[in-house]
Ligand binder design. Sequence first.
Ligand code: SF4
Length: 264
Amino acid sequence: MGAQTGIAWADSTLNFWIGCRKVSPGCTHCYAEKLVRDRMGRVFTEVRRTTPENWAKAYKWDREAAASGERRFVFTCSLSDFFIEEADEWRADAWKVVRDTSHLTWLVLTKRPERIAEHLPGDWGEGYPNTWLGVSGETMAHIEARAPYLAQLPAALRFLSAEPWLETNPRSALHPNGDSPDFYIATLGVFDWVILGGESGAACRPMNAESARLVRDACASLRIPFFFKQLGGHPDKRSHEKAVLDGRTWTEVPVPCQTTEAPT
Ligand code: SF4
């Protein structure tokens, strides 16, 4: 993974639209905002659809994946949010691309999970076999608030991106028993995959390694694959140990469904 993108847990990114609005503390140092503003010279909050040529990449990748027999993980909307309101008129077209490219595994991640149910395609059924639905959650409170929206929806696989991980106090004030492994297990049980990483960049907020361990250990108890991306701003960080937690890497990834038939 990560062959053609800086995102360690995907092979490629494809942005059907670009631009977003901030919704929670995890957005504070949004890398997409910097990239869109500083490199593209655009106003980040003006959401715009990308070109047909860009969308066509998905079909090319799908043909390549079909020919090689190797599935490709595509993270969509790394510079936006797939379920943002401004994209409502374009989303049906995007779902068609996702549906058509059955040799790709699409990772659809959102901080707006309350909008998912109303904006799934009509033929979603039990979930497109090639589509993994995910929510972001930067603290246990955010995860607890967002996970139920995902839990009630059919999906081939549900995942959590806990990045940037900002849970500074495992003993959450909201949850007197927040440091209890049971609390973590109950909250994370909805997911089939968990990705966690500290914040990077000059102004990064430090990662609390103890709360990251609680997430990791809950995943182990639940047999949920756990992918540790990076320590980020954790004070123990050393460049060659960026993706190491307790002396080892954690790069578990679920096995994608091999079904290549589009839903009917
Ligand atoms: S939802 Fe994602 S893309 Fe949008 S502002 Fe927040 S971090 Fe950035």
